[in-house]
Design a protein around this ligand. Structure first.
Ligand SMILES: *Cc1c(COP(=O)(O)O)cnc(C)c1O
Length: 483
């Protein structure tokens, strides 16, 4: 037995023999000698490890080259593949948050392709500032005196705290010590910013006197945090920005307002609850306001810091700013996105985030009705497929209690729940993965964010014909719960 096994393993073609096949020659041309040889070597190792002489016949060198081809193709595909976001979460952090508007995409492409006047004043012919391009726009849209931009809002908060309260104290209400996804915890950020956290009030109630009695000569900043991903309801009190700003001014301590998502326009017209806009936060007297670029604003990842000139200048002088700055590609996209806000009436037509948010339930339900037969045919007889009403959520921690009525398809297994799980896995395994959400023994496909219906139908038919490529690169959170 032992001898036979050895003989058969010896019959496996060598790496060199496989490399000499015609197919391997084309693979070497396309993927390089090293990668091709490695792919073949990995295959042979795998075959040896799984060898069972009773059942195996050694593959031919052509068969091995063929399998190496499949592996190399899979490896060369981007790991960050486009997916269908049918989770019902519009700004899904795990799926890349906001989709950019076309003008922003074009601006980014141009900045990638050509030399741009990033830090160059073309009129004066001398060095300029990279923030110049969007500073005036940000001031115009928020009413602030001055503005600067960093990598994301987490960076904006870190940099501002470090500038204003490094080695000093930062006062914040116990009701606002937030944790948002991805290990952003306010107390930890404070510590890394070198600020000593002074908690005031209680979880549900904080009064003006709590802030006042915490003020000392060591106070560097009063921080107000928009509790964007939770609500404290019931017997609650918080000190509003206007009043807090007066307290801060009286003590000559700056007030920092972290708005989180930060909206530039009133979103109630899209059926959402009223959220304070950045302009209001500035008008209510915060010295600095920070907010995200890729949440409800609908742009690329960025952290905006707007406010009093003296404070923003101090932030810009902080050496940390250099480590947190944004690149030309994003700056170009940010500028183009912000420009769209000059015409709020047309915004919902050009900004994909708002476009998705603004879709009516009846429009989405009509789409679900159109798609139903194709889904039914694709999933096969083991499942029921029905039109359903559901709720989309904003996502990325913005407005957690605010959902918008939506529609989609509800798929249930006629047998075991595990069959629903494997269907969800199959849908994720197609060329452009289809990501729904599992809820209450059903797989829900919420069509709010489905813009390319024909492409979706093509994917479904590839599932039906069983030529889905099996991979496992889909995000492991199909639940729609985004940080
Ligand atoms: C989302 C959020 C942040 C972090 O913003 P990013 O742009 O994701 O870094 C900070 N503070 C609040 C209140 C938030 O909601």
């Amino acid at each position: 037995m032992k001898d036979r096994r050895r003989v058969e393993l010896r019959d496996l073609p060598s790496v060199d023999a496989v490399l000499k096949t015609d197919l391997a020659a084309t693979l070497t041309e396309r993927f390089g000698h090293e990668a091709t040889a490695n792919a073949i070597r990995a295959l042979l190792t795998e075959i040896r490890a799984a060898w069972n002489s009773a059942h195996s016949t050694p593959p031919t060198k052509e068969q091995l080259a063929h399998r190496a081809h499949t592996d190399l193709e899979r490896e060369s595909r981007s790991r960050m593949r486009p997916v269908f976001n049918l989770t019902g979460t519009i700004i899904h952090t795990n799926l890349g948050r906001a989709l950019l508007a076309e003008p922003a995409i074009e601006a980014a492409i141009q900045a990638m392709r050509e030399a741009v006047a990033l830090e160059f004043d073309v009129t004066a012919g001398r060095r300029g500032e990279r923030d110049d391009h969007v500073r005036d726009l940000l001031c115009e849209l928020t009413g602030a005196e001055h503005a600067t931009i960093v990598n994301n809002n987490a960076a904006a908060v870190l940099l501002t705290l470090n500038t204003l309260a490094g080695g000093r104290e930062a006062i914040v209400s116990r009701g606002e010590l937030i944790e948002i996804g991805g290990a952003f915890r306010m107390p930890d950020i404070m510590q890394r910013a070198g600020a000593r956290l002074i908690e005031v009030g209680t979880t549900n109630r904080t009064h003006p006197k709590d802030y006042k009695s915490a003020l000392t000569p060591q106070s560097g900043v009063i921080l107000k945090v928009h509790t964007s991903n939770y609500r404290i309801l019931g017997f609650t009190t918080e000190v509003q920005t206007r009043e807090l700003a007066a307290i801060a001014r009286g003590a000559n301590v700056p007030l920092l307002h972290d708005l989180g998502s930060g909206v530039l326009i009133d979103l109630t017209r899209y059926g959402l609850q009223r959220e304070p806009t950045v302009r209001e936060a500035v008008a209510h007297g915060a010295d600095v306001v920070t907010f995200s670029g890729d949440k409800l604003l609908g742009g690329p990842q960025a952290g905006f810091i707007v406010g009093k000139r003296s404070v923003i200048e101090a932030i810009n002088r902080n050496p940390m700013k250099r480590a947190l700055r944004v690149d030309k590609i994003r700056l170009a996209a940010i500028e183009a996105t912000l420009k769209l806000y000059r015409n709020p009436e047309r915004l919902a037509q050009c900004l994909p985030t708002l476009q998705s948010l603004a879709r009516t339930q009846s429009d989405i339900a009509a789409q679900a009705r159109r798609i139903l037969p194709a889904v039914h045919a694709a999933v096969g007889g083991g499942f029921t497929v029905d039109i359903c009403q559901c709720q989309s959520q904003i996502g990325s921690g913005a407005m957690p209690l605010d959902t918008v009525p939506s529609a989609g398809l509800c798929i249930r297994s006629k047998g075991r729940d595990s069959e629903l799980d494997s269907l969800a896995a199959k849908l994720r395994a197609v060329e452009k993965p289809i990501i729904g959400r599992i809820e209450d023994h059903s797989l829900i496909l919420d069509f709010r964010c489905l813009t390319n219906e024909s492409e979706f139908l093509a994917m479904l038919s590839s599932l039906k014909h069983g030529n889905a490529i099996s991979t496992t690169s889909a995000p492991n959170s199909p639940t729609g719960k985004a940080p």
